[in-house]
Each structure stands twice: as C-alpha cells, then as structure tokens.
Design a protein around this ligand. Structure first.
Ligand code: NDP
Length: 613
C-alpha cells in the first residue's frame, strides 16, 4: 500500500528557530543530570518497592554455569537465545525482576503500550512463529511474549529472579567470573554478558523537601495498584475516587497513564516542564490475511525499513513499509524530492530541506494541539517547540483530550526549570503549593549517569583487580562495543561503542549474534578465555572517535533532555554511547565481514579447558 506524505503547514523558519532557541534556553539547567536525585539509601524504597509479587527467601547458589546473562529483558533474552543456538548449554539469566520482561516487567502502569510498531519491535517473531495481536502492542502482550521467548530457548531452567548482583570479579586462578548477589549467591561462570537495557534505573527530581512528603508516592516503573486500585490487566483505578493526584513529568510514560488517572481521580494536576510531541495512535488489530501473506525474512526487512525511516535517507525507490509518525520526515522529503525530479543536492541543501520539513512537521503537531484542546491557554502550554526527535515522539489518542476535562489541571513549570519543591502535603511550583494526596513520578530514567549507578553493581573487576569503571573513566574502551581487554569473557550489549539502530531489538540481535559467535568459538576451542588484545581495543577506540558523527549542532539546539546530555555540552556520553559514525548498517557489514573471515581478528583465546556441565 502506498504511504502518502503528510500535509504540513507553511512556516516562518527564522521566527521558529528563535522560538526554539528561547524555549531550550529557558529549560537548560547548569547542573545538568545532577538535578536528579539518586535513589540512594533514603529513597531506596522507591526502587525496592516490589508491586507485583512477594519473593521468598531461597538458599544461596554457589554453582557454576557456562554463561551468565545479566538482565532478562529483550537484550538478555536475545543474547541468551543466540548463545543457546551457538551451543552454550548452561545459561543463567539473573534479574532483579521477578520474571523475564525487563522494562516490560517493571512498567505495568495503566495504558502501557509500545509506540514502535509491534511487527518491528517484538523480536524473533518469525523464529517463534508469533504474530502480535495489534499493530501497536499493549504492555501485557509484550510482557507475555518475553516469557514465551524464555520458554522457547529453555531459559527458565537456570534463571534467577528477584536477585540483585552486587559484585563481579574475575578469578585468574580459576579462569572464572564470580558473580555475587544480595541473596548470598556466589555463582561462577566463564562468560558473562551484560544486558542492562538503557532504562533500568528510575530517577527522581532532586527538589528540596522530596523526602518530606507525607502522602503516598511512587514511580511509574513500580505502579502501586494496591493504592490506586485495579491490576495491570484491568486498570480500573477505583481507589483513586476522592483523591487529589499529581503527576510529575509529561514524557512517553505520563502520556499513556494520564488519561487513566483522569478517569478515576477526583482531581488530577499534571506538572509539565516540556510538552511532548503527540500524534495520533492509528492502532488496529493485525489483519490475518496480511499476516498470512508475509514472506520469510519479512521481519528483518521491516526492522531495516523502520531503521531507515528514522536514521537514514530514503532513496527514490524506498517504500515506507511502516508508514507512521516515525518516518514522516523521510516520507515527506522523498515526496518533495520526487516532485523536484530528484535534482542533485549538496549536503548543505539536503540538510536545509530536512530542517524545513522538520519544522513543518512540528508545526502540524502544534496545530493538532489547537484542534483538540479547547482552552487556548492550555493548548499554548501543550505545544512542543523543538525539532523532531529532540524528545521522544508520542502517539496517543486520549492524552490531549484529557486536558478538556474540568477536574484536570496543567501546571507549566518551565519558567522555574521544574517543580521547585515539596512539602509534607504537596508540591510547590511557581511559588504556589498544590496540596495532593498522591504524587506519581513519571520522571524518567537515568541514561547518562555514571555506569556504576546505571549498572547498579558496586564492583566489576577484571584481571589484576582492575575496575571496569576505572577502565572507562575517560570514555568507553572496547572492541566493537562488546568486549574489553583485561576482562576475559565479559561482553556488553546496548549503546556502548557500536552501531545504533532506531530499532533497538534489531540492535540487540546484532549484538547477541556477534557475542554468541565469539563465545561459541571459545566453547568449541575447549571453553577457555577470550578477550580482545590491548592493541585491538585501542584501534577500535581510535576508529570510533575519529568517525564520531554526532550532529552536535542539532543536539545542542534541542530542548534539554536525556538525548542531549540535558542540553549541556554534547560530545560523548549521550544515551547512545559512542556510536560508530558511519552508521548501523556500516557497522553491521563490518562485524559480519569480520565473522566471515573466521580469523577472530583482535581477539585472544586462552588455552582449552575441560568443560564442566
Ligand atoms: P522521560 O525522561 O521521557 O520523561 C520524564 C519527564 O519528567 C519529562 O517530562 C521531564 O521533563 C519531567 N521532569 C523531570 N524532572 C522534572 C522536574 N524537576 N519538574 C518537572 N518535570 C520534570 O521519561 P518517560 O518514563 O516518560 O520515558 C522514558 C523513555 O521510556 C521514553 O523516552 C521511551 O524511550 C520509553 N518509553 C516508551 C514508551 C512507548 O513506547 N510507548 C512508553 C513509555 C516510555 P523534561 O522533558 O523537561 O526533562
């Protein structure tokens, strides 16, 4: 089916640029990420809160497995699945959560859904023979699908849940990692794969008085259904009747849960610093006829198409298979270039065209707010003044209409760069106290803080007691973003020093396959160690830094957020780590050719060992 470009209004580019700059400056805070408070000892209860089930004591484990995978979300499930296929038998996934699912385990707030099309986002669909129920899946289906992947690869057998790793040490004399946990475990393994995901550590605004509030409060990633009423499967929040509820934050999470809160609370106050981009949802059940006609290889093609739509440039013949808001810019540019006969453009001309289409698309989004929100004052506050992808775009049909309800207030806290504080009874914003019974923090996650904080593991020590955090203190140092000299058999997934795809599960599979290929080889050679040479690591660091193609101008112009280091110096250490400049596809080719050569260039394998089963 042909996917049409969108109708976008005319714009005054110079005036908009100036407005964007002013809106970004207004929100920029010199302390950057330090404005957020770590869930330290005093606020640990936010993190420790276990809303879904109780976990009994269990005897500590002191056994040995072939591979430990830290994290049971999509990254860990895919990596472990690929390890299984590479012949690794005893694989233990360890997770703080009570089941597989990662972010989909924790985030079960009302309305949770994935904004990326399910046929693209849910990995391994062809391998598992699974077809999502809807074009955009709800959280319960995704969570259940994670469990299905776990069963498919037999990953439950050795998995350990409700367990927090506190140290990992390489024991040279045994050639093993020792992984110790809060449950007294001391588990040995030859290989460890880190799969923490980018959004595993909730953050809270570091405002005065946050510890003083005497009402009820929780973070969206640990939704307290006991307090609100309802369950993840039936979010009837009837216990909120008669309650004054506040939500802090208006990102992708708030956009989904706010309509539910408005439905049940007596009064809802939404504290907004930066409005989100809100487009329509366009959800629909999966068409069985369409599904039955898909040809083998369809999912990778679709993932690749999604990735192209966000991260790349459409060639004349590219068909937009996804056809939603994520690819609007590319689609519109393609249509315009076609109308202009695909005349040659310099890079500058192309970037100017892209900028203009970006501003036009965002103007369409702002006009959309006016068409839905009746009160012009509220509509004005809800309009996003920044470029596409500065912030995560959101797609929701119920969020904007919520602000037409008489018992829903919207408090703009942009002038003061956030809420100013809390009292025992409420929130202070703009010098006014808003008394509430419940505060719900939709305040996001740590994405660029210190790795020790984000991994939540105090000690990671390789050969000679060398600390990972010390090794990375001046930036990532890896081979291909996946392994490190001095840390034998330790592997990494996620945004480190590799190719970044708009389709995160595609990236996880790329990494999972590569890591499994290497560990599979090490096992085939007798289960000895494997690690990059210091030279190979240094060479990759040099390659990455020389090729770093961070669009500093674009990110610096964005309103502050986790994508751009809170609007401060944008050099390295964004959420995307240090991406390989030539792009995801070039990186994919590079590591595929590396594998095909069969030389395992840059890696050193230790002597063979007898494999313990
Ligand atoms: P975000 O980081 O996107 O949003 C946090 C919100 O809290 C922002 O609106 C932020 O404002 C606000 N905030 C933080 N501090 C303060 C303060 N002091 N005063 C007032 N407001 C404050 O977190 P989310 O949980 O919404 O989303 C995180 C990511 O999770 C998304 O970007 C997306 O990748 C993923 N996600 C995906 C979903 C999907 O697919 N449907 C759904 C939910 C999440 P400001 O913007 O000004 O910093």
């Amino acid at each position: 089916m042909h996917c049409a470009p969108t109708n976008t209004p005319d714009i005054d580019l110079a005036a908009l640029r100036e407005r964007y700059r002013a809106e970004a400056d207004k929100r920029r805070r010199p302390e950057g990420f330090a404005q957020y408070v770590e869930m330290d000892a005093e606020l640990e209860e936010f993190l420790e809160f276990e809303p879904y089930e109780e976990f009994p004591e269990r005897a500590p484990l002191t056994d040995e497995v072939d591979a430990i995978v830290l994290g049971g979300g999509f990254a860990g499930l895919i990596a472990a699945g690929r390890l299984r296929q590479a012949g690794v038998e005893k694989i233990r996934i360890i997770d703080r959560a009570g089941d597989f699912g990662g972010t989909w385990y924790w985030n079960r707030y009302p309305g949770i859904q994935c904004d990326v099309e399910s046929y693209t986002y849910l990995p391994l669909l062809e391998e598992l023979g699974y077809m999502p129920r809807n074009r955009y899946s709800f959280g319960d289906e995704i969570f259940a699908y994670c469990q299905q992947i776990g069963r498919h690869f037999g990953l439950y057998e050795h998995a350990v849940f409700a367990t927090v790793v506190n140290a990992m040490r390489w024991h040279e004399d045994e050639s093993r990692w020792h992984v110790t946990t809060n449950r007294g475990d001391d588990i040995r393994a030859r290989y460890v794969v880190m799969c923490p995901g980018p959004l595993n550590r909730p953050k809270l605004p570091g405002v005065p008085g946050i510890r003083d509030f005497k009402g009820h409060s929780f973070h969206t990633t640990r939704w307290d259904f006991d307090y609100t009423g309802g369950t993840p499967d039936a979010p009837v929040l009837d216990k909120l009747a008669g309650k004054r509820v506040a939500v802090i934050g208006t990102g992708a999470t708030a956009v989904q849960c706010v309509p539910f809160l408005a439905k049940y609370a007596e009064h809802l106050t939404v504290f907004q610093r930066t409005p989100s981009y809100i487009d329509d949802r366009g959800n629909r059940p999966t068409d069985p006829k369409w599904a039955s006609e898909l040809k083998p290889g369809w999912q990778l093609e679709r993932m690749q198409n999604f990735h192209l739509g966000i991260n790349d440039v459409y060639a004349p013949e590219t068909v937009d298979l996804i056809c939603d808001g994520w690819s609007e810019l590319n689609r519109n540019i393609q249509a315009r270039r076609k109308a202009e006969g695909w005349r040659d453009l310099t890079l500058e001309e192309f970037m100017a065209m892209r900028e203009e289409e970006d501003y036009r698309a965002m103007e369409r989004i702002r006009a959309r707010v006016d068409s839905i929100v009746a009160d012009p004052a509220k509509a004005a506050i809800l309009k996003p003044w920044y470029r596409f992808l500065c912030k995560r775009p959101c797609f929701n049909d119920d969020y904007l209409p919520t602000f037409n309800l008489p018992h829903v207030d919207l408090v703009d806290v942009s002038e003061a760069r956030g809420i100013e504080g809390m009292t025992e009874t409420g929130i202070i914003a703009g010098g006014t106290e808003y008394p509430v019974d419940c505060i719900i923090y939709a305040s996001g996650f740590e994405t660029t803080t210190d790795m020790r904080r984000r991994y939540g593991i105090d000690v990671i020590e390789g050969r000679g007691g060398q600390s990972l955090y010390e090794h990375w203190k001046d930036g990532f140092r890896t081979l291909h973003g996946m392994s490190i000299h001095g840390f034998p058999g330790l592997f990494f997934t996620g945004y480190v020093q590799g190719g970044v795809s708009g389709s995160i599960t595609q990236m996880y599979d790329q990494q999972g396959r590569h890591i499994a290929h290497i560990i599979g080889e090490a096992m085939a050679r007798g289960g000895g160690t494997v690690e990059p040479t210091a030279e190979a690591e240094a060479e990759w660091v040099r390659t990455t830094r020389e090729n770093l193609m961070l669009d500093v101008g674009f990110w610096q112009s964005c309103t502050p957020g986790y994508n751009n280091n809170e609007g401060l110096e944008v050099t390295r250490f964004t959420i995307f780590g240090e991406p390989y400049g030539p792009g995801y596809d070039a990186f994919d080719t590079l590591i595929r050719e590396w594998r095909e050569k069969g030389e395992f260039a840059g890696l050193e394998f230790g002597p063979a060992e007898e494999l313990v089963r």
